[in-house]
Design a protein around this ligand. Structure first.
Ligand SMILES: Nc1ncnc2c1ncn2[C@@H]1O[C@H](COP(=O)(O)OP(=O)(O)O)[C@@H](O)[C@H]1O
Ligand SMILES: [Mg+2]
Length: 150
């Protein structure tokens, strides 16, 4: 699924569509160059999960935890580029929790066979967001996001 978002508000609205339709354990991998809208999308996911705390880039902490309708673990692994570090990502995923990983391409994600993969890119109109799903629950989520955003 490809969506063009024209400004920050649309990027957040897309994120909110994801957040509010999450009904079970969910893993979201976000990639795309610096400034492509990954954190903005995560802020929208937070809105959808009714998280009141401001979500920002957890650059200095790598991982930050938020609480709303469900627990959100937000990781930004940019600084782990090339370190071949085992983040133990699976430890961030438990019953009903949501894991969002910015720059997932820098860490090992092979232990997951169910996830939403989202690539953000710059384009003339704003941002091009390419979403795909692995596994039936994440596929179902993506279907709901499509209907919600349109
Ligand atoms: N769809 C969009 N169109 C235009 N600007 C956007 C869009 N989404 C986000 N931005 C802006 O791009 C900048 C970087 O966004 P951010 O989410 O921090 O990127 P990343 O986390 O990928 O580095 C912010 O100033 C944000 O307001
Ligand atoms: Mg970011």
């Amino acid at each position: 699924m490809i969506i063009i978002t024209h400004d920050v508000h649309e990027q957040k609205r897309l994120g909110a569509c994801i957040g509010k339709h999450i009904t079970e354990k969910t893993v979201i991998f976000l990639d795309g160059e610096l400034g492509s809208g990954k954190t903005t999308l995560t802020q929208g996911i937070g809105q959808g999960l009714k998280i009141e705390e401001v979500i920002n880039s957890p650059t200095f902490t790598i991982a930050k935890q938020y609480f709303g309708d469900r627990e959100l673990n937000h990781l930004d692994v940019y600084r782990l580029e090339g370190l071949d570090e085992d983040m133990g990502l699976e430890d961030y995923v438990y019953e009903d929790s949501v894991l969002v990983v910015e720059w997932s391409k820098f860490v090992d994600t092979s232990m997951f066979d169910e996830y939403l993969k989202i690539e953000c890119e710059y384009c003339d109109e704003g941002r091009k967001v390419v979403l795909s799903a692995q596994g039936s629950s994440h596929e179902a989520l993506l279907e709901k996001v499509k209907l919600c955003y349109i």
